[in-house]
Design a protein around this ligand. Structure first.
Ligand code: 5GP
Ligand code: ZN
Length: 137
C-alpha cells in the first residue's frame, strides 16, 4: 500500500533498526519502546490486521516470534516477555498494517494494564463458547 509506513519499513524503503528479515517478514525495534529491545514483527505483504492475514504467512509468524523472543531474552536479560497484537482502534491499534509486539518485561515494572477478572453466570460461558464456535469458518 502506497501510503502505509509499515509497508515502506518492512520492504526497506524507510530504514529501520532491523533485527531480522526474510522473504515474508521484517522484525524491527519499536521507535517508542515499552522497554529497550521492544520488537515489532511486520509482514512484508500489507494486511490491515489479523482478520485478513494470509494463512501461510500466519503459520510462519509464531515460530519466528518464538525465535525472536528467545533472542530478546538472551540479549536483554529481561525477566519475561509479552506477545501482543492489537486489532482495530478499540484494541489499541494505531498503525493499520498488522504487527506483532514482542515486549521485554521486568519484575515489578507495571508497564502494562492487567485486565479485570470478570465472571460468568451459570451456563453463560458454555452458551458463549458455543456461539463463538458456531462462527468459525
Ligand atoms: P499499535 O498500537 O498499532 O499496536 O502499535 C504501533 C507501534 O508502532 C507503536 O508501538 C509505535 O511506537 C510503533 N511505531 C509507529 N511508527 C513507527 C515507526 O516509524 N518506526 C518504528 N520502528 N516503530 C513505529
Ligand atoms: Zn502496509
Amino acid at each position: 500500500m502506497d501510503n502505509c509506513i509499515f509497508c515502506k519499513i518492512a520492504n526497506g524503503i524507510i530504514p529501520s533498526a532491523t533485527v531480522y528479515e526474510d522473504d515474508d517478514f521484517r522484525a524491527i525495534l519499536d521507535i517508542a519502546p515499552a522497554h529497550k529491545g521492544h520488537i515489532i514483527v511486520l509482514p512484508k505483504s500489507h494486511t490491515d490486521n489479523l482478520y485478513s492475514l494470509d494463512d501461510e504467512v500466519a503459520a510462519k509468524a509464531l515460530p519466528l516470534v518464538k525465535r525472536l523472543a528467545k533472542a530478546l531474552k538472551a540479549a536483554t536479560g529481561c525477566d519475561g516477555i509479552n506477545i501482543l497484537q492489537n486489532n482495530e482502534p478499540a484494541a489499541g491499534q494505531t498503525v493499520f498494517h498488522l504487527h506483532i509486539h514482542i515486549v521485554p518485561r521486568y519484575e515489578g515494572d507495571g508497564i502494562l494494564p492487567v485486565w479485570p477478572q470478570g465472571s460468568y453466570a451459570d451456563g453463560e460461558a458454555a452458551a458463549l463458547a458455543a456461539e463463538i464456535a458456531s462462527k468459525l469458518d
